[in-house]
Design a protein around this ligand. Structure first.
Ligand SMILES: Cc1cc2nc3c(=O)[nH]c(=O)nc-3n(C[C@H](O)[C@H](O)[C@H](O)COP(=O)(O)OP(=O)(O)OC[C@H]3O[C@@H](n4cnc5c(N)ncnc54)[C@H](O)[C@@H]3O)c2cc1C
Length: 256
């Protein structure tokens, strides 16, 4: 996997703060206003800064997950216009470390490569020959996200419950930003750390890095308030998303 940060809005913190200053009749502060907006939920101002990444050597399975993030822009190598003859493929760590699995996996990939070529030789166009390509097939994608969308992406995909490959991508994207904009990288955290001073996990199977909401309330506030119990039950049964759970928890139990 190779990830490069190819383009960023000039003076990203300034761009966000200049937008925010319109709301408060104030002047940019080099980060304080941005932090205050983030903490108060005034997140629309974070949309005034864009990041473009060039991503290579990831699987089509990963990009299928990536493009579910609807607020980003994408340009991906076409399997209609480009030939995938001799395609490279991603090998998951679980396969890599298992000799039998790796042999089976590699054999199948080679068979698909041969068959793909045979279909092309028989006159089948790329757009139809691609039907036999695997999820593991490597691809190239350019993605542009504004800072708000990027924060949300990181909240979801830095979580240890996300699949290894997209988590690796999220980490690589964060590293690119850390190198050039460490102040902005601080906002790129898994969802359990969205509220810096009071981390909590909303996943059903927690990785244990932070306590779950239920664990926190059972210690500090037993019995758990009925409203919170209902909120957690709604999240568990999928009526509301984890993000909505965090927001509703914050609005109901944390605000003054
Ligand atoms: C661990 C994990 C497991 C997953 N498993 C599955 C799975 O099994 N099956 C599956 O189909 N998907 C799965 N997904 C994908 C998931 O359902 C989302 O499609 C994906 O994470 C994108 O999230 P999003 O919609 O919040 O993001 P974005 O599209 O980036 O949207 C960002 C935010 O904008 C708002 N928004 C965007 N569009 C709308 C809209 N049309 N209406 C209202 N609000 C909107 C929402 O607040 C949203 O959170 C999984 C994701 C994760 C992280």
């Amino acid at each position: 996997m190779k990830v490069t940060l190819t383009r960023v809005t000039e003076n990203p913190i300034g761009a966000i703060e200049e937008a925010a200053c319109n709301c408060y009749n104030s002047e940019p502060t080099g980060g304080k206003i941005m932090k205050a907006c983030y903490n108060s939920g005034h997140h629309s101002v974070l949309e005034f800064c864009d990041f473009t990444f060039h991503i290579e050597g990831v699987s089509r399975a990963l990009t299928h997950q990536l493009v579910r993030h609807r607020l980003a822009s994408y340009a991906q190598r076409s399997q209609r216009y480009c030939s995938e003859n001799g395609f490279e493929y991603v090998i998951p760590p679980s396969v890599e470390k298992n000799k039998t699995a790796k042999n089976l996996y590699s054999e199948l990939m080679e068979d698909i490569q041969l068959l793909y070529k045979e279909l092309q030789n028989a006159g089948v166009p790329n757009e139809d020959a691609r039907m036999i390509l695997p999820n593991a097939c490597e691809t190239v994608i350019e993605v542009k996200m504004n800072f708000r969308a990027l924060i949300h992406f990181m909240n979801e995909r830095l979580c240890s419950r996300a699949q290894w490959e997209i988590r690796q991508l999220a980490l690589a994207m964060k590293k690119c930003i850390e190198e050039q904009y460490p102040e902005l990288a601080k906002y790129l955290v898994p969802k359990c750390e969205m509220h810096k001073d009071m981390p909590f996990c909303t996943e059903h199977s927690s990785c244990g890095r932070h306590k779950t909401l239920r664990e926190i309330y059972e210690v500090y506030c037993y019995p758990m308030p009925k409203a919170l119990d209902e909120l957690i039950t709604r999240a568990k049964s999928g009526i509301i998303t984890d993000t909505e759970l965090v927001q509703e928890f914050w609005d109901t139990f944390c605000k003054d």
